[in-house]
Design a protein around this ligand. Structure first.
Ligand code: ANZ
Ligand code: ZN
Length: 849
């Protein structure tokens, strides 16, 4: 039957034509293409609904921009390194390379089946030496710029994956997206027991290892301040980054510790080894309530004291091996004393596990009256608890049972008594040299070392004489050796690969066996897409200056901190190295909501994935785009999917019927004008909706125009040109979301050309008039009632029958909409609807509900 839309056949045909005509390749001399990017997929082996939604969004938007006349860069690639491939290889007796290649083949086929319009000539794969050599090259440039450190560190260790995890890869069991868990805030510290590996959910342990770091903390200030200007980013994502960076204002306070004798190398800026210990406090106004000083087990003072004191040494030893959660508020009093900078009082000095080595200065003044953790510690160790801030509202605060952490008026604070706390803090800092205004960040350096095979080898060799030496540029890439199956790090087992010579002295040396965190790969891949085949640099600097930043980036909000913070850091670092001009990589960010199925996230691990093939690519695309705003979650329901399918059939039948009926030239001016106006109005509105990524609303408008055109054909003898223009408009407007259908309609109606290359339709008349029309329709419930009444009076005279029907139809719908906001109006709506339904001449579309 000719009027049946055979989606499978249509899909295949147009995909063939697009490929044949290479329609998605970016024009080589494009000045400043619109860069539309979806977060490239991890090569897990299959596309899930989240991917489909993600890429349907970027695809619809890039098609829309293309029809608007832009050059569009819409590339795709593979985030191909990482532990799962290694695990899969281990389980399946294959190697990560073959496994990953198989995954890519399959996923690429799935993407092609969906009809996504990528410039495949720019495909990149991060596990290929041609890509990862640039990770190594960039590592070296960062190293030269002083942004790489090699340090012993206590690290998060996943015993199952046998690898180190960055802080951001440690998840909380209940809430994966919560704030950092080990940043020195009391509430978080107590939930440390739920720290699990983000990949395999095994509880995370601790280890001490020499590790490679990128010093992202050098950019803490800029990363934080820059968030304010990222107006194209969702506020939610910016807030998550803000919290993660954790900017804290306060004061650095210097305590004399006469026993502390100068082992420091003078390089540290925390006063170590000079007879003083600096602490960082967000509440300098509580200084008169300090009853102890505590340093972390990793603090220089702790190390020094441990040399002469076996008990301290033993304590430091145990806590460093254990999870901070286990050791709670343990601590050990030392022989040292600290002198209170204002009162001169001698305070006991502790080494305590709750003081974190890499937060602030790694030392605190204990103010148990006003800080929860200090309070818990004081109870455990019998330290005096003093109240130095009285609550404003004069409520009794029982300082013995809990800290008072609010603001108030100072007491027991010498000359500062009676001052309001915030003001007192400022005064104290101004009055005393020992207190200096300071800012700290919770952000930690980015630990990039992984003790795994399937990643970029870190381009370093270790030489007994020269220490660690960078592999010269000419010797890059350091390629991975063949995969060996072993429980530890396969690179340690690759003896031949491992043994090398030192680039400096020519003596025997061993290769670094750590590989890079895969987030390094994704921190700059958007730059590689600009010049994917470039052989002598990671990317073309001139192109980067012209084409960056990415105009629209779409992906899941689980990447709010890891990936999206690292890309920002990389861009800034590359700018400082002189490789690019811009300092932010992404202008507009869209974080897409979740696809739910029976209220749960649709995912392969939950076994509720709906495979796109089941309904055909077009239905799936149309459904995921029309179901909800991109940033909202939505439920996958068979009913709604059916609606997307039916819309295609309807449009196809309409075009077929039009072509078969031939051209009728009967003029009915009023009706024709009305329909022409509606076409204009729809174009204006849909354009606006596409601009704002509101595909779901665009789809609704398209449906409405389709309905009107159907009525136009069924009840009138439509004017051929108006009718044809209406149908062509539908084809063009729906093409970004349903490109196969768009082509099919376009081809049927015009017989030539591709809609993908067509111009975006323009209203024939001034759109402000069209907008006016729209304004008229979108009135309040009161107005709607008037409109219906007028229509009813006019009807017997058969004036503008189509118009009257349309008004009524809109009135009912609009009334329904307003009723949502105004429940009181519901009865009115019902009565209007009843009257309209009773009118036998009124057509109610089958697909309206
Ligand atoms: C004294 C003080 C008095 C503090 C007071 C707070 C309240 P939060 O609490 O999350 O805002 N701190 C500083 N360095 C630390 C470290 N290395 N390990 C553990 N805790 C550390 O974080 C700020 C507070 O955390 C700082 O302010 C400090 O305690 C503590 F009534 O100093 B406060
Ligand atoms: Zn050497």
């Amino acid at each position: 039957m000719t009027s049946h839309y055979d989606h499978a056949q249509v899909q295949e045909f147009w995909q063939y034509v697009w490929e044949r005509d290479d329609v998605y390749a970016l024009d080589a001399d494009a000045d400043d293409p619109t860069y539309v990017l979806g977060m490239f997929p991890y090569t897990s082996g299959t596309l899930h609904m989240g991917h489909v939604r993600n890429y349907a969004i970027t695809d619809a938007y890039s098609r829309y921009r293309r029809m608007q006349g832009d050059d569009v860069l819409h590339p795709m690639g593979w985030d191909a390194f990482g532990l799962p491939a290694e695990n899969a290889a281990f389980e399946r007796k294959t190697d990560p390379q073959s496994w990953t290649e198989a995954c890519i083949r399959r996923m690429r086929e799935e993407l092609e089946t969906m009809g996504f319009g990528y410039d495949w000539s720019r495909e990149i794969t991060t596990c290929e030496p041609a890509y990862y050599r640039w990770n190594q090259w960039l590592f070296k440039r960062l190293y030269e710029a002083g942004l790489v450190e090699y340090e012993a560190a206590t690290v998060n260790w996943c015993p199952d994956c046998e690898t180190v995890l960055a802080d951001a890869q440690v998840a909380e069991r209940e809430d994966e997206h919560s704030e950092p868990s080990d940043r020195g805030s009391g509430e978080a510290a107590s939930s440390d027991g739920d720290r699990v590996c983000w990949r395999c959910e095994t509880p995370v342990g601790r280890r001490e290892l020499d590790q490679w770091f990128f010093t992202i903390t050098d950019y803490a200030e800029e990363l934080d301040a820059g968030l304010d200007d990222l107006e194209g980013w969702p506020e939610g994502v910016r807030e998550i980054q803000r919290n993660w960076i954790g900017r804290q204002e306060g004061a650095r306070i210097t305590f004399d510790v006469p026993e502390y004798g100068g082992v420091g190398d003078g390089e540290t800026d925390d006063g170590n080894g000079s007879g003083t210990v600096d602490v960082f406090s967000t509440r300098p106004e509580t200084i008169y309530g300090a009853t102890s000083l505590a340093v972390s087990p990793g603090h220089e003072l702790a190390r020094e004291l441990a040399e002469d004191d076996d008990d301290v040494a033993a304590y430091v030893e145990t806590v460093r091996e254990r999870d901070p959660d286990e050791v709670g508020f343990s601590g050990i009093e030392t022989d040292a004393t600290a002198i209170h900078p204002l009162t001169g009082a001698e305070l006991p000095v502790y080494v305590a596990s709750y003081v974190l080595e890499d937060v602030g200065t790694g030392a605190v003044m204990g103010v148990p009256g006003h800080n929860e953790r200090d309070h818990a510690f004081a109870l455990e160790h019998d330290l005096p608890i003093e109240r130095v801030i009285a609550p404003d509202d004069a409520t009794e605060s029982a300082i013995e049972t809990g800290a008072y952490t609010g603001d108030g008026v100072l007491e027991n604070s010498g000359e500062y008594d009676g001052l309001e706390s915030e003001r007192a803090g400022e005064r104290l800092v101004a009055d005393h040299d020992a207190l200096v205004e300071d800012v700290t960040y919770r952000l930690r350096d980015w630990l990039i070392s992984r003790q795994r095979y399937w990643g970029t080898p870190i381009p370093v060799v270790h030489c007994d004489d020269c220490g660690h030496v960078l592999v010269p540029d000419e010797e890059l890439p350091v390629e991975l050796p063949e995969f060996v199956r072993t429980t530890g790090n396969p690179l340690d087992a690759a003896e031949e690969w491992n043994e090398t010579t030192c680039p400096d002295c020519g003596g025997p040396a061993r290769r670094e066996t750590d590989t890079m965190d895969t987030f390094v790969d994704s921190s700059w891949y958007y730059l590689r897409f600009l010049s994917p085949d470039l052989a002598d640099a990671p990317f073309d600097t001139d192109l980067a200056d012209d084409w960056m930043p990415v105009d629209v980036y779409v992906g899941g909000d689980e990447h709010a901190i890891l990936h999206l913070l690292y890309t920002r850091f990389f861009t800034k670092a590359l700018a400082d190295i002189g490789l690019i001009e811009g300092r932010e990589p992404i202008r507009e960010l869209k974080s897409q909501g979740t696809v739910l199925y029976d209220g749960e996230k649709m995912s392969s691990s939950k076994g509720n994935v709906v495979v796109p093939e089941e309904y055909g690519a077009e239905t799936t695309r149309l459904f995921v785009l029309s179901a909800a705003h991109p940033e909202q979650d939505f439920e996958w329901t068979a009913n709604n999917v059916r609606g997307a399918y039916d819309l295609q059939q309807t449009l196809y039948r309409m075009a077929t019927a039009f072509v078969e009926a031939g051209d009728s030239r009967v003029r009915r001016r009023d009706h024709d004008d009305y329909v022409a106006r509606e076409i204009d109005r729809t174009i204006a509105v849909v354009t606006e909706e596409y601009d704002r990524f509101r595909f779901h609303r665009a789809a609704t408008e398209i449906r409405e125009l389709a309905r009107l055109l159907r009525r136009y054909r069924e009840y009138d003898r439509p004017h051929g040109e108006v009718h044809r223009r209406g149908l062509l408009t539908l084809a063009a407007l729906i093409a970004p979301m349903a490109p196969h259908l768009g082509e099919e309609l376009w081809n049927k109606l015009r017989g030539e050309g591709l809609v993908v290359e067509a111009d975006w339709p323009e209203p024939n008349r001034d759109t402000s008039a069209a907008q006016l029309e729209r304004g008229l329709v979108e009135r309040t419930l009161e107005d709607v009632r008037d409109i219906v009444d007028v229509a009813a009076i006019d009807e017997p005279e058969r004036v503008e029958l189509v118009v009257a029907r349309e008004w009524k139809y809109r009135a009912v719908e609009l009334a329904g909409r307003s009723a949502d906001e105004d429940a009181a109006g519901e009865a009115d709506v019902d009565s209007i609807a009843d009257r309209l339904l009773a009118d036998e001449t009124l057509e109610i579309d089958a697909d309206r509900d």
